[in-house]
Design a protein around this ligand. Structure first.
Ligand code: NAD
Length: 282
C-alpha cells in the first residue's frame, strides 16, 4: 500500500519558511507585494485567486487584486500590466489564466516584466530554466519536485515518465527532472504505447486533465506517482488523472487530489514572490 504524500502539510512547511523570510525582509524595511489580475467571471479562477490571496495573508505578503470585467480589451489589460511593471511597490505580477476569448495569452505573458513573472511563464524565464540558471521556477512543477523530494527517493538515474507536454506543467516538469539527472520520457496525446511506457516509470507524473487516465496496470510496483490533474466529476467532486483507489495498491508513494499538488502550487507562488522582492532589492 502506497504512502500518501501529504501536500497540505508539506505546503504549510514551505509557507512557514516563506513567512519567516517575509519577516526578515520587513525588518530590513522591505515589503513584499503581489499583484493578482483576474479578468472575467470564471468561477474556478475566482476560487484560485481567493486561495492565493489567503496564502498571501498567511505569510505576510501584501496582495493587490485587480478584478477586470469580462469585456476588458487586450489593450486595457496590457496597459494595466505595463503600469504594474513600472510600480516599485509591486514585486510580483500574476495574471490568472485562462483569459476571456479575444485576449491573446501569449501577448499578455510576454508583457509581464520577467523580474516580476512569479509564474515563470515568460519566454526569458523559460529559457533560463532550460539552461539551469534561473530565479523562478514555475509553481506547479516546482511544487511537484518538493513532493518528490519529500519521499526521500533518489531521483538521479531513475526513469521518470511525465504524461502531458504543456508549457506550464509537462515541459518544465520534464526539464526539472532532467536537471536532477533522471532519465525522462515525455508522453502526450499522440503517444501510442502509453501503458507500456508508464509501466517502466520509477517516478510517474500525470498532468493531462483526464479523470482515471492512469490505472493500476500502468504503474510499476513501488513507483512514486504524482497526480497534477484536476478534474471535476459530474457529481461535483474533484479528482486527479490517477485512479487513486487502485493505484495506491501498487505505488510506493502517491499524491491525493485534492491535498496533493494543488497546495504546493500556491506555496511555490509565495516563495517566488519573496524571491522577486529579494532580487529587486539587491
Ligand atoms: P493542457 O491541456 O495544456 O495539457 C494536457 C496535456 O495532456 C497535453 O500535452 C496533451 O498532449 C496531453 N494529453 C491529452 N490527452 C492525453 C492522453 N489521452 N494520453 C496522454 N497524454 C494526453 O493541460 P495543463 O495545463 O498541463 O494541465 C493538466 C492538468 O493539470 C489539468 O487537469 C489541470 O487542471 C491540472 N493542473 C493542476 C495544477 C495544480 O496546481 N494542481 C496546476 C496546473 C494544472
Amino acid at each position: 500500500m502506497a504512502k500518501i504524500i501529504d501536500g497540505k502539510q508539506i505546503s504549510m512547511q514551505v509557507k512557514m519558511q516563506v513567512k519567516e523570510e517575509v519577516q526578515q525582509l520587513t525588518e530590513q524595511q522591505i515589503s513584499v507585494c503581489l499583484a493578482v489580475v483576474i479578468v472575467g467571471n470564471d468561477p474556478a479562477s475566482r476560487v484560485y485567486v481567493n486561495n492565493k490571496k489567503k496564502a498571501c495573508d498567511l505569510v505576510g505578503i501584501q496582495s493587490m487584486e485587480y478584478a477586470l470585467p469580462e469585456e476588458t480589451t487586450q489593450q486595457e489589460l496590457l496597459t494595466l500590466i505595463e503600469k504594474l511593471n513600472q510600480d516599485k511597490q509591486i514585486n510580483g505580477i500574476l495574471v490568472q489564466l485562462p483569459l476571456p476569448k479575444g485576449i491573446d495569452e501569449k501577448k499578455v505573458i510576454e508583457t509581464i516584466s520577467p523580474q516580476k513573472d512569479v509564474d515563470a511563464f515568460h519566454a526569458v524565464n523559460v529559457g533560463k530554466i532550460m539552461i539551469g540558471n534561473y530565479d523562478f521556477l514555475p509553481c506547479t512543477p516546482a511544487g511537484c519536485m518538493d513532493l518528490i523530494r519529500s519521499t526521500g527517493v533518489e531521483i538521479q538515474g531513475k526513469h521518470c515518465v511525465v504524461i502531458g507536454r504543456s508549457n506550464i506543467v509537462g515541459k518544465p516538469m520534464s526539464m526539472l527532472m532532467l536537471h536532477e539527472n533522471a532519465t525522462v520520457t515525455i508522453c502526450h496525446s499522440k503517444t501510442v504505447n502509453l501503458k507500456e511506457v508508464c509501466q517502466t516509470a520509477d517516478i510517474l507524473i500525470a498532468a493531462v486533465g483526464k479523470a482515471n487516465l492512469v490505472t493500476a496496470d500502468m504503474v510499476k510496483q513501488g513507483a512514486v506517482v504524482i497526480d497534477v490533474g484536476m478534474n471535476r466529476l459530474p457529481n461535483g467532486k474533484l479528482c486527479g488523472d490517477v485512479d487513486f483507489q487502485t493505484v495506491q495498491e501498487v505505488a510506493g508513494y502517491i499524491t491525493p487530489v485534492p491535498g496533493g499538488v494543488g497546495p504546493m502550487t500556491i506555496a511555490t507562488l509565495m516563495k517566488n514572490t519573496v524571491t522577486a522582492a529579494k532580487v529587486q532589492n539587491q
